[in-house]
Design a protein around this ligand. Structure first.
Ligand SMILES: *[C@@H]1O[C@H](CO)[C@@H](O)[C@H](O)[C@H]1NC(C)=O
Ligand SMILES: *[C@@H]1O[C@H](CO)[C@@H](O)[C@H](O)[C@H]1NC(C)=O
Length: 259
């Protein structure tokens, strides 16, 4: 009887231990489950492939150990801030062929330093936040987007590590200077510093100065004419008053000598 009792309590505790073990495994497994519509494989790190999966947004349940992430050829329109921040091992991110329009400041927060390849080509990006690519070490592909070339884009491209290669393929769909539309960014940025457009600003300064001078001259002329009119009127009045004083010709002589 005693032995059976002992055995029972032992097996019970074993059972509990086993159960918690199974639960732990289940929990761990669910944490690294493959997102819906994606294929996960191990080829030099976790490869999460969600290409062509009709995704409207970036899955929020990406496994934290993801190394390669293919989200290309979907209908993703935005990159929420900090969405990749837990993917500390992410090296390749492909967002090509989507409908992304804008890259916000913290889109790549947490992965900017580890990312080696970033593909944003074939989207609808016109502009990015001026700090969006800060600290980004990756080779970035940003071609085939309807870029608006302005000071911000110039600053962003100049701050990127691999900027020359990246900037090479940027075509200005629109620009602060109309004549840049349709031209490669590098070409446009070569003949004008987009953050310091000298022609326009000097034109503006010239205009302001000229306007100032013009106003001064006009007000002086107006003042002068008025003053003269006043003087002339006074003089006329004085002359008119002269005949009544003609009794004193010596005084009239005095005035004529003064005048
Ligand atoms: C990642 O997985 C996809 C789909 O299984 C495959 O086509 C691709 O070649 C893999 N990438 C690498 C670098 O192994
Ligand atoms: C990203 O995906 C596009 C479309 O499938 C492909 O053409 C491109 O080569 C990929 N880029 C990288 C860096 O793998």
């Amino acid at each position: 009887m005693h032995l059976v009792d002992l055995w029972l309590t032992r097996s019970l505790s074993m059972c509990l231990l086993l159960q918690s073990f199974v639960l732990m495994i289940l929990c761990f497994h669910s944490a690294s489950m493959c997102p819906k519509g994606c294929l996960c494989s191990h080829s030099g790190g976790l490869n999460v492939s969600c290409s062509n999966a009709n995704l409207k947004e970036i899955p929020r349940d990406l496994p934290p150990e993801t190394v390669l992430l293919y989200l290309d050829s979907n209908q993703i329109t935005s990159i929420p801030n900090e969405i990749f921040k837990d993917l500390h091992q992410l090296r390749v991110l492909n967002l090509s062929k989507n409908g992304i329009e804008f890259i916000d400041e913290h889109a790549f927060k947490g992965v900017a330093e580890t990312l080696q390849t970033l593909d944003l080509s074939d989207n609808r990006i016109k502009s990015v936040h001026k700090n969006a690519f800060n600290n980004l070490k990756a080779r970035a592909r940003i071609a085939n987007n309807p870029w608006h070339c302005d000071c911000t884009l110039q600053q962003v491209l100049r701050s990127m590590a691999s900027n020359h290669e990246t900037a090479n393929n940027v075509i200005c769909k629109t620009s602060v200077l109309d004549e840049h539309a349709g031209r490669p960014f590098l070409n446009a940025a070569n003949d004008a510093d987009l953050c310091n457009l000298p022609k326009k600003t000097t034109d503006y300064a010239m205009l302001v100065t000229m306007f100032g001078w013009f106003t001064m001259v006009i007000s002086y002329v107006v003042y002068y004419v008025r003053q003269n009119q006043e003087d002339a009127r006074r003089h006329l009045e004085y002359l008119k008053s002269l005949p009544s004083r003609q009794k004193k010709p010596d005084e009239a002589d005095d005035i004529s000598t003064v005048v």
